[in-house]
Write a protein that binds this ligand. Structure first.
Ligand SMILES: *[C@@H]1O[C@H](CO)[C@@H](O)[C@H](O)[C@H]1NC(C)=O
Ligand SMILES: *[C@@H]1O[C@H](CO)[C@@H](O)[C@H](O)[C@H]1NC(C)=O
Length: 574
C-alpha cells in the first residue's frame, strides 16, 4: 500500500494495486485477517494428498492409527483400523474403488464412540472420492468427519476444495477460513485458496452491484486535487481570456448570449462554481450541437464520467478525442493520459503503457505525460523508468514540486527494495531537500512521511503529517495515514481510530477511511462493525475493481463471523 498511495490523484487508481497486492502487508504487517503471514510457507502441505495414515495426526494431536499385529480376538476398533490400512494400500496403488470399499468397511466396524477414528475413516474415504472427482460424495464424507471432529483441518480443507469444484463459493470460503484460523494463517496453500475464492466472490458481487449503483460525485477536495494533477492541458485550467474574447470579436456585445449557447463554456463556469453535477449535461449540449468546443466538451465529459466511476461511458468519448487529428494536441494527449490511467485501473497495463507512449509521441513537450507515466511505472515496479519520466517532467517544468517529491519516492523505493543503505540515506536526504525547496507542497511531506514510517522513524513521520495537515487541513487521507502511524508506532488503537474518525468527519466520502477502519475492526475482532465499515466503503468505491476488493474484505470478515458461530473459532486479535 505504501507504494500505491502516492498516486492518489489519479481518480481511483491506487486501489487496483491494493487489490492485486492482497497479501502484502496492509497494516502492521496485516490486513484483513486472511492476509496474515501469507508469505510464510508450511511444510504441512505435502501431507494433504494422502489419506490419513500413521504419519498424519489429526489436529487434536492424537495419532489413533496404530498398525497393530492382528490378534485373534481383535476388538472392533482394531478390525476397523485394519480395514482402513488395507484401504490406504489400495489408495496408494491408485485403486480407489477398492479403497472406498475398505474405508466403508472400517466405518461400519468402528464403534460410534470412537469419534476421532471414525472421522479419520470418513476423511480417508473422502480422499478417495476426491480422486474419482465425485465432489458431492467428498462433501458428504467431509461433513461427517467434521461433525465428529470439528477441528479436523484436513477434512475442512478437502471439503473447501470440493465446494470450489462445485462452485459453492460461499461454502468454500467458510471452510477455508476455518482452516486458515486453525493453521494460524501459516499455510500458503490454504491462504491462496482463501484469496482465490475471495477474489472470485468479490468480482461476482461487484459486477452485479456496480452496474446498478447510483452515480456518485466525489468530494470537491478530491475533484480539485484530481484536476491539479494536470498542469499542461486545457480543460483543467480556468477559462482563458482568449477563449472569451475570441467569441466577443465575432459577436460584439453579446457575450452573455454566446456563453449560454456554448454548453462547454457553461460547463466550465459550473466547474468554477463547484457545481459539478451539471457538467456532463452541459457538455452533452455542446457535443450534440457540434459546437466549436466539441473536443473540449468530449474530454471534459469523459473526465467527469471517470470521476463518477463510469468508465464504460468515458471510454467512447476519450476514443473520439484521441482520433481527432484536427483537435489541439494537448487535448489528445490529455485524453490519452486519462485513457491510459483508466486501463491501468482495469488491470490492462499493456494498453495503458501504449496510451502513455502515444501521448509522449504526439506531445513530447507535455510535462503531464511524463508525470503520469512515472506514476504508472511506479505501480508497475519499473522504478528506473519512473525516475527517468520524473526527470523529464522536471526538465520541462523545473518548479514541479510534485514531480520532484515523487522522484524522491521512486528513488527511495528502489533503494529500499534493493536493501541499499547508502541509497536509502541519499533518498532521505533528497526528501529533505525537496521539502526545503518547496515548503508548501503537502505531497512532499506526505511521501517523506511514508518513507520515514518504513524506516521506523515514527516521530519524524508524525511531524511530517502534521505539516501536511497544516497545509491542507481538509485532506482526509492525511488523517488516515497519521492514524495508521499511531497504530504502528504506539499500538495506540484509540488514537488511531480517533484520527480516522476525524478523516470521515472532514470528508464523509473518504472510502479509504472506511476501508482502513474496517480492517482495524477485523483485527480487533469487531466483525460486525468491520462489515458495516466495508459496506460504507463499497458504496463509495470509484471503480468496479476497487469495489471487488472491498467485497473481498467484507466477505472475509463475514466468513469469520460464520466460522466463529459454527466452530467457536476466533482468529488472533490485536
Ligand atoms: C454510466 O452512465 C450512463 C449514462 O448516464 C448510464 O446509463 C449508465 O448506467 C452508467 N453506468 C454505470 C456503470 O454507472
Ligand atoms: C491528500 O493528500 C495526499 C497526500 O497525503 C495527496 O496524495 C492527495 O492528492 C490529497 N488529496 C486531496 C483530495 O487533496
Amino acid at each position: 500500500m505504501a507504494a500505491s498511495k502516492p498516486v492518489e490523484p489519479q481518480a481511483g487508481v491506487p486501489h487496483w494495486k491494493l487489490a492485486l497486492a492482497v497479501g502484502a502487508p496492509l497494516l502492521l504487517g496485516a490486513g484483513a485477517v486472511y492476509l496474515w503471514n501469507r508469505r510464510k510457507t508450511s511444510k504441512r502441505d505435502s501431507q494433504r494428498r494422502t489419506p490419513e495414515g500413521r504419519a498424519s495426526p489429526t489436529l487434536t494431536g492424537r495419532s489413533p492409527n496404530q498398525e497393530p499385529e492382528f490378534p485373534q480376538e481383535a476388538s472392533p476398533l482394531v478390525k476397523a483400523q485394519a480395514a482402513k490400512n488395507k484401504g490406504n494400500k489400495y489408495f496408494k496403488a491408485s485403486k480407489y474403488d477398492q479403497a472406498i470399499q475398505c474405508y466403508t468397511e472400517a466405518i461400519g466396524l468402528c464403534p460410534p464412540e470412537k469419534k476421532d477414528d471414525l472421522a479419520t475413516f470418513y476423511q480417508n474415504r473422502a480422499a478417495a472420492y476426491e480422486q474419482l472427482q465425485t465432489w458431492k460424495d467428498v462433501v458428504q464424507d467431509c461433513t461427517k468427519a467434521v461433525e465428529l471432529n470439528p477441528r479436523y483441518v484436513k477434512a475442512l480443507y478437502r471439503r473447501a476444495k470440493a465446494h470450489e469444484r462445485l462452485d459453492n463459493k460461499k461454502e468454500c470460503l467458510e471452510d477455508v477460513t476455518a482452516v486458515c484460523i486453525l493453521e494460524g494463517f501459516q499455510n500458503q496453500q490454504s491462504m491462496l485458496l482463501a484469496d482465490k475464492v475471495l477474489k472470485l466472490l468479490g468480482k461476482d458481487k461487484a459486477k452485479d452491484k456496480y452496474k446498478n449503483r447510483e452515480p456518485l460525485m466525489p468530494s470537491p477536495q478530491f475533484i480539485k486535487s484530481y484536476f491539479s494533477s494536470f498542469t499542461d492541458d486545457i480543460i483543467s485550467q480556468p477559462l482563458q481570456k482568449g477563449e472569451k474574447s475570441d467569441e466577443d470579436k465575432d459577436n460584439e456585445g453579446e457575450e452573455v448570449v454566446v456563453k449560454e449557447n456554448s454548453g462547454y463554456l457553461k460547463a466550465k463556469q459550473y466547474m468554477e462554481e463547484e457545481n459539478y453535477d451539471k457538467i456532463i449535461s452541459e457538455c452533452r449540449k455542446e457535443i450534440e450541437a457540434d459546437g466549436k468546443y466539441t473536443a473540449e466538451a468530449l474530454l471534459l465529459r469523459a473526465t467527469f464520467y471517470l470521476l463518477i466511476g463510469n468508465a464504460t461511458f468515458a471510454k467512447p468519448d476519450l476514443d473520439q478525442v484521441v482520433i481527432m487529428e484536427k483537435a489541439n494536441v494537448k487535448l489528445r494527449a490529455n485524453a490519452l493520459i486519462k485513457r491510459g490511467s483508466m486501463y491501468m485501473q482495469q488491470q490492462q497495463p499493456q494498453l495503458s503503457t501504449q496510451d502513455f507512449n502515444m501521448a509522449a509521441d504526439i506531445d513530447p513537450q507535455n510535462a503531464d505525460v511524463y508525470h503520469h507515466r512515472g506514476q504508472l511505472k511506479i505501480l508497475l515496479d519499473q522504478v528506473e523508468e519512473a525516475v527517468a519520466d520524473f526527470d523529464e517532467c522536471i526538465r520541462l517544468q523545473p518548479d514541479s514540486a510534485l514531480a520532484q517529491a515523487q522522484k524522491c519516492f521512486a528513488l527511495y523505493r528502489k533503494a529500499y527494495t534493493g536493501s541499499n543503505p547508502l541509497q536509502i540515506k541519499a533518498s532521505m536526504k533528497g526528501f529533505e531537500d525537496v521539502i526545503k525547496k518547496f515548503p508548501k507542497c503537502a505531497e512532499g511531506y506526505a511521501l517523506y512521511a511514508q518513507a520515514l514510517t518504513d524506516q521506523q522513524q515514527f516521530g519524524t513521520a508524525d511531524e511530517m503529517y502534521n505539516k501536511c495537515i497544516d497545509l491542507e487541513p481538509d485532506n482526509a487521507t492525511t488523517y488516515v495515514h497519521k492514524g495508521l502511524l499511531q497504530l504502528q508506532w504506539k499500538q495506540d488503537l484509540d488514537k488511531g481510530l480517533d484520527l480516522i474518525s476525524k478523516a470521515i468527519e472532514i470528508d464523509n466520502k473518504c472510502d479509504f477511511a472506511y476501508e482502513t477502519m474496517g480492517t482495524i475492526e477485523v483485527q480487533r475482532g469487531n466483525l460486525d462493525k468491520a462489515i458495516e465499515m466495508f459496506n460504507k466503503a463499497i458504496n463509495l468505491a470509484k471503480s468496479e475493481m476497487e469495489m471487488a476488493h472491498l467485497y473481498s474484505l467484507c466477505d472475509a470478515a463475514y466468513a469469520q463471523t460464520k466460522v466463529a458461530e459454527k466452530y467457536g473459532l476466533k482468529p488472533p486479535t490485536l
